[in-house]
Design a binder for this molecule. Structure first.
Ligand code: PGA
Length: 264
């Protein structure tokens, strides 16, 4: 794993103009960082996607959508299809964010259909998994993560491993009321995820990056990124302005490089 993966989901925030300004600011403030060392990505709202693809070089900032229906077309009012997203220069489809699971009834089986469709259409599927507070308190975090992943990756060929990214985002850690996971806890869950990925994808699983998300900020990013099994950060609120986002990148990148050196 050579590159650090670092990105943000803009959720239902930012107009088209605000998204464009954010992306251009981010590109400018991160231009000193080689993209051989960092994969930087942003996931804006649907309405901002087309202009986003023109606002920045897609070699410097990869773009993605926050959701996608699995069918290419059909009578699915309010949904967006892979064919429609394929018309844009997008790399990533985020699938199964906990807000979609909890507030919009998304199931593990629906996530699986979307993952298969994303792979079939040549997108990277950024699959979000994470236990709820109740599941954690009941002592079933590991079982929950492993079940979510095994269902999400059902029938995904190991040949598609390079199209899979995973974000571990415990539901209790996300958003303004969330408590960030301790770095040790997050690392332990990443290890569970990596073991499960091997069950699903064999050796090819080693190329799948596993990112941590959930109340990541400048202060805790340092402790998180030095953890052995954390391959990147998926940040919400703390990354929604270019300057503070770039500061997190500048903080974690040297730590990441040291970690990589120590692994060789
Ligand atoms: P947060 O969001 O960093 O604001 O907690 C994370 C996410 O939902 O991906």
């Amino acid at each position: 794993m050579k590159k650090i993966y670092i990105g943000t989901n803009l959720k239902m925030f930012k107009t088209i103009a605000q998204t464009t300004a954010f992306l251009q600011g981010l590109e400018e403030r991160t231009k000193h960082v080689s993209r051989d060392e960092m994969c930087l990505f942003v996931i804006p709202s649907y309405t901002a996607l087309e202009s986003a693809t023109k606002a920045v070089s897609l070699d410097s900032v990869k773009l993605g959508a926050q959701n996608m229906h699995w069918e290419s077309q059909g009578a699915f009012t309010g949904e967006i299809s892979p064919m429609m997203l394929k018309e844009l220069d997008l790399d990533i489809i985020e699938i199964g964010h906990s807000e979609r699971r909890q507030q919009f009834g998304e199931t593990d089986y629906g996530v699986n259909k979307k993952v298969l469709s994303a792979c079939a259409h040549g997108f990277i599927a950024l699959v979000c998994v994470g236990e709820t507070r109740e599941q954690k308190d009941a002592g079933i975090s590991e079982e929950t993560l492993s079940a979510q992943l095994k269902i999400a990756l059902m029938n995904v060929s190991p040949d598609n491993a390079d199209k899979i990214w995973i974000a571990y985002e415990p539901a209790w850690a996300i958003g303004a009321g969330g408590t960030p996971a301790s770095p040790e806890y997050a690392n332990d869950m990443h290890k569970v995820i990596k073991r499960t990925l091997r069950d699903c994808l064999g050796d090819r699983a080693d190329s799948v990056p596993v990112l941590y998300g959930g109340s990541v900020n400048y202060e805790n990013s340092r402790e998180l990124i030095v953890q052995d099994a954390i391959d990147g950060l998926f940040i919400g609120r703390a990354a929604w302005e270019a300057e503070p986002f770039a500061k997190i990148i500048d903080l974690v990148l040297p730590l990441w490089k040291e970690k990589m050196k120590a692994k060789v």
